[in-house]
Design a protein around this ligand. Structure first.
Ligand SMILES: NC(=O)c1ccc[n+]([C@@H]2O[C@H](COP(=O)([O-])OP(=O)(O)OC[C@H]3O[C@@H](n4cnc5c(N)ncnc54)[C@H](O)[C@@H]3O)[C@@H](O)[C@H]2O)c1
Length: 456
């Protein structure tokens, strides 16, 4: 399988002709390998809420042929097929006959790359199987749940030579990319401290009526639907930051984690956990069976990471209490800082008045990332304010060349490792936990990824 994939890439390199195009725009680096004649054959495993979003972005492109989809929920398959037909595209092969039918999809020759958007406990095993089958693998966040799974991703990537990209869309958020641009242009000076996290009131996602994803109700597990069918179990049984990568991913890109820098250690603390119980009582009544449950996850979990280059990163997980959404970014260096809450920037000697914030808008506009300048308009409707377009674009462009993606197996492992390490630290009263070095020492010589390209 791996050889088939390699040969395919080799052959197309030799035979390459034409330009990779989408209806209105030519994409990426235009290697000439793909376009109307030669398309990247993509399959989707999991077409729930997230997978459908990816499906829409894949269907946008004419350098991609969707050859297979897999989901164990027939309703999701029907919905996906309907969208594919409406786009006038050929019906893909369909898989969904039980939990492991995705393995039959992975046997298909007509699949070069797969996008995995399933519940967390399926991520690593599906990604491993996909890499072993030689398929360029895109994996939703978080990539792994345990330290063993983090290592599995790295080991299987190294053993097979097949690439894995963690599909962290927040790395492509417009403000995040503008700040990344500022970081790379040294506007903040030497980097010192970061804050980030996932601060999102998910009570109505973790608990619903079992009929619609955002329906009122206080059910979960077998009686829930969409994320309440699987995500809530993690809140019930794990006191950990179970969703660290939306915050840690963008910060890792800014400070070159696994490429000249690395996460060294972490301490975590958890507040009490009352938010989900409180929501159940208020919406389902004190006599509802779920009101008797004790959720293990603290409502606000705070982890502090130390890096090899001496920065600290505070990562917060805050999903069970009422609050407006914020990823809480702060990027701070020897010259000044950006804070997303308050939308403000201070750069000593550069912002308007000493000791006073500038509104961030002008700065973010001035440093708008070349990718956003180029594709911003096209991306707008792609989901999550446009960043979903860019993460899929990066995946497809990397898969077309079969080269290492911007966010690879080592990143997937290091970022996801925050989950098991935070769990251990919380269990041990905030005791520091060391990160494994997933690069096996190579972080000292790996070159920083060039995030400033205007191609992907
Ligand atoms: N990056 C983002 O912004 C973002 C947003 C939402 C969700 N996500 C991530 O995407 C993933 C999916 O989340 P979602 O909201 O789509 O959840 P979902 O429950 O709506 O969808 C998951 C789908 O996977 C299917 N599935 C489960 N087991 C399967 C199996 N063995 N084989 C094939 N299909 C299987 C389910 O039937 C379901 O349709 C999660 O990892 C989540 O964290 C990321």
């Amino acid at each position: 399988m791996i050889n088939t994939r390699r040969n395919f890439i080799k052959k197309t390199v030799i035979a390459g002709a034409g330009i990779a195009m989408v209806p209105n725009l030519s994409f990426g680096i235009n290697t000439g390998l793909f376009g109307k004649e030669q398309k990247l054959k993509v399959a989707m495993i999991g077409v729930g809420l997230r997978g459908t979003n990816h499906l829409d972005n894949v269907l946008l492109r004419d350098d991609v042929l969707l050859t297979a989809i897999c989901d164990i929920d027939p309703a999701r398959i029907t919905l996906a097929l309907d969208r594919i037909a409406k786009k006038g595209q050929k019906k893909p092969e369909v898989f969904g006959n039980g939990d492991y039918d995705y393995r039959n999809l992975l046997e298909m020759k007509d699949v070069d790359a797969v996008i995995i958007s399933t519940p967390w406990l399926w991520h690593t095993r599906m990604a491993k199987d996909a890499m072993m089958a030689g398929k360029y693998t895109g994996l939703e966040v978080s990539a792994a749940n345990t330290m063993e799974e983090c290592w599995d991703l790295v080991n299987v990537h190294e053993q097979t030579g097949t690439h894995l990209m963690i599909l962290e869309n927040v790395n492509y958020r417009r403000d995040v990319m503008a700040v990344l641009n500022m970081v790379k242009q040294d506007v903040f000076g030497e980097l010192v401290h970061f804050r980030c996290g996932y601060q999102h009131d998910l009570r109505f996602v973790k608990l619903n009526d079992g009929k619609s994803a955002y329906g009122k109700g206080v059910e979960f597990g077998e009686k829930g639907i969409s994320e309440s069918a699987w995500r809530t179990q993690h809140s019930l049984l794990r006191n950990a930051d179970v969703y660290p990568t939306h915050g840690a991913g963008p910060i890792a890109a800014m400070c070159d984690i696994n490429r000249g820098n690395r996460f060294l250690s972490l301490t975590s603390n958890a507040s009490k956990g009352i938010g989900l119980h409180d929501y159940i009582v208020k919406n389902g009544g004190g006599n509802h069976p779920n009101a008797k449950l004790k959720f293990k996850q603290g409502d606000v979990i705070t982890s502090t990471i130390e890096t090899a280059n001496g920065e600290t990163i505070i990562v917060t997980h805050d999903c069970n209490l009422p609050r407006p959404y914020s990823l809480g970014f702060r990027v701070q260096g020897s010259n000044g800082l950006w804070e997303v809450d308050g939308n403000r920037i201070y750069i000593e000697g550069k912002t308007k008045n000493p000791h006073e914030w500038d509104a961030a808008d002008e700065w973010l506009k001035k440093y708008d990332h070349p990718l956003w300048q180029k594709y911003g308009e096209l991306a707008q409707d792609a989901g999550h304010g446009g960043m979903d377009f860019f993460v899929i674009n990066a995946f497809i462009e990397s898969a077309k060349q079969n080269i290492a993606p911007p966010m690879d197996a080592y990143d997937a492992a290091a970022w996801s490792a925050i989950t098991p390490l935070s769990e251990l630290s919380i269990e041990n009263n905030g005791e520091p936990q060391d990160f494994p070095d997933f690069t096996r020492g190579n972080w000292i010589k790996r070159k920083p990824y060039n995030w400033m390209k205007d191609t992907y």
